[in-house]
Design a protein around this ligand. Structure first.
Ligand SMILES: [Zn+2]
Length: 565
């Protein structure tokens, strides 16, 4: 036995010697060369370059045009970048990919400027909606109409005789159902208002179709869940959209098993064009622990092994969990999520997950919510001993001053979404006051404390387009235009810091920093060619920048010139 093993080791090394000398004589040619680019590598050993060469799905050379030209062969495809910026592909560390895809698929009513246009858009959608499928989505805003009256089902009933419709107001707190949907939900004049909700009624007591905060009680129950085929179509749409905005990897928080099944099927069909790390709910910790596969298990296109947990709610809804009450909300200081009742239940799940080698990603927004999770993470480290866990807090929005140091000490990753800063920045001070707002989306303070950042968007809650997130992190200019020089400007980041958090930072957060996150020989060839040099244009212009080409594993998955020749 020992002899046979020795023999095979010997023949292997002879074989390896032969291969390497053959390589030295005739280097294999690259499949793809991108030359004349302004390459920003996010690799400190060679921060900028002119050209890259790709062989198979990996980068083989990064350097000057001349360096890379050595890889040119008869069948090499050469793309002249014309001096444009080439960046590593964006890795969105926090998305809800299927909800995002549904948002793309749903009817869009946000830009309707009259009740007639609102009705017309729904009528057009009804004509192309397969029988029995619902029309959902919407985001209508009646304040843009003249007169700004709340819509009623009478506007759309005649246009949608067989199609159930439930379209939401942009704030998510009201929706309009047509008569078909009301019938399916069993809502009549006799239906009482649900707790915390209202069925809006006309003078005679009949429902108008408008429902305030009542959909979870009445409508959600009758909207059929996506079938496998529908989900597959939704994901394909999301993949195409991600490619078009330069997102080459996503980390899907709270992925369902049905979502994972669709990803797995698309993987087998060779149709995944965005790399996915799926994190199902921690409520299912036993399933994944039983399987015996640890964090980041899988291949370059699909990985599992992270779990998503919830500590608390959100700022806007007054449910983020704080030490002190919200401003002007009486004693309300938010709520711990039901997963935290009791806290020992969460600790038990964490310990079980950690023992199984699974990664923890916990949504925590209020200062006490974050602090409580840091306590639990400290318990996990104490119980399991020091190891490379990459514990994450998702959002990490409102920090207690005492916790920045703890974050660093426990090596917790801050998985944050800069776009929320310019959105919530419009109202955050009114909700929590100036002092707490000064430690809100405190990206600079995190970096100063040596905390690793991973950037993402929370799509569908915020837009997936990375340029909007880069713009947000660099300018902190709130969406209402009231802080052109930045809301808490001392927390602004440079473009370079932002790109690093959005590429290497996110790759580190999914244990993939040796595979992707920078333009480095040996890594996966995930790259984006950008319309403008975001390092030199005025920061406020960054939001208008777009993606020219997206490469995933060296494959061109989006080409703007093919879309708009
Ligand atoms: Zn989220």
């Amino acid at each position: 036995m020992a002899k046979a093993a020795l023999h095979s080791i010997l023949s292997l090394s002879v074989c390896a010697l032969f291969v390497s000398s053959a390589l030295a004589q005739s280097k294999p040619a690259a499949d793809l060369i991108i030359s004349n680019a302004k390459v920003w590598t996010v690799d400190k050993s060679l921060p900028t370059a002119q050209a890259v060469a790709v062989l198979g799905d990996r980068l083989v050379a990064v350097g000057s045009n001349a360096d890379v030209d050595a890889w040119h062969g008869d069948h090499t495809r050469v793309i002249d970048a014309g001096g444009k910026l080439l960046l590593p592909g964006f890795n969105d560390a926090h998305v809800h990919f299927v909800s995002g895809g549904m948002q793309l698929t749903n009817v869009q009513l946000k830009d309707a400027t009259s009740a007639q246009e609102f009705a017309r858009l729904i009528g057009e959608r009804a004509k192309v909606t397969p029988k029995g499928e619902w029309i959902l989505g919407g985001n209508w805003d009646e304040t843009k109409w003249n007169p700004p009256n709340m819509p009623t089902k009478a506007l759309i009933d005649a246009l949608t005789p067989d199609t159930p419709v439930f379209v939401s107001r942009y704030d998510g707190h009201m929706g309009l159902a047509n008569s078909v949907a009301l019938r399916l939900a069993g809502i009549t004049a006799k239906t009482p208002d649900p707790p915390g909700g209202t069925v809006v009624r006309d003078a005679r007591g009949n429902p108008t179709g408008a429902l305030k905060d009542a959909e979870t009680d009445y409508i959600d129950k009758v909207i059929p869940r996506l079938s496998h085929d529908q989900r597959l179509r939704v994901v394909k749409r999301a993949l195409a959209y991600a490619a078009s905005v330069g997102v080459t990897s996503v980390q899907h928080m709270s992925a369902s098993y049905q979502d994972v099944a669709v990803y797995s099927e698309l993987l087998q069909r060779g149709e995944l064009t965005t790399r996915i790390y799926a994190a199902p709910s921690i409520v299912h910790v036993d399933d994944q622990a039983k399987l015996g596969i640890g964090r980041a298990f899988g291949g370059p296109y699909l990985r599992v092994g992270a779990l998503k947990a919830f500590a608390d709610g959100s700022l806007g809804s007054g449910t983020a969990y704080f030490y002190e009450p919200f401003v002007n909300q009486g004693n309300n200081r938010g709520l711990l999520s039901d997963e935290m009742h009791p806290i020992s239940l969460m600790r038990e799940r964490y310990l079980k997950a950690d023992a199984a080698g699974l990664q923890l990603c916990t949504h925590a927004i209020g200062d006490e919510g974050i602090s409580t999770i840091l306590d639990l993470y400290a318990d996990v480290i104490k119980a399991g001993g020091e190891k490379d866990r990459r514990l994450r807090i998702e959002h990490a929005q409102h920090m207690a001053a005492k916790d920045f140091g703890r974050f660093a000490q426990l090596h917790v990753i801050a998985s944050v979404q800069p776009y929320h800063a310019i959105d919530d920045g419009r109202f955050a001070e009114a909700h929590i006051g100036h002092d707490r707002a000064s430690r809100t989306y405190a990206f600079r303070t995190f970096l100063d404390h040596g905390v690793r950042l991973a950037f993402g968007t929370d799509w569908e809650v915020a837009p997936l387009d990375p340029m909007l997130t880069v713009y947000a992190a660099v300018t902190r200019a709130t969406l209402d235009g009231k802080n052109p020089n930045g809301w808490f400007p001392e927390q602004k980041l440079s473009v370079a810091e932002t790109i690093e958090a959005y590429t290497m930072g996110s790759a580190y957060a999914e244990f993939q920093e040796n595979e992707k996150g920078s333009i480095t020989p040996g890594k996966l060839a995930d790259m984006v060619l950008v319309s403008d040099d975001i390092f030199s244009i005025a920061p406020e212009k960054i939001r208008d920048v777009h993606i020219l080409k997206t490469f995933v594993g060296g494959k061109l998955v989006f080409d703007a010139s093919a879309v708009h020749p």
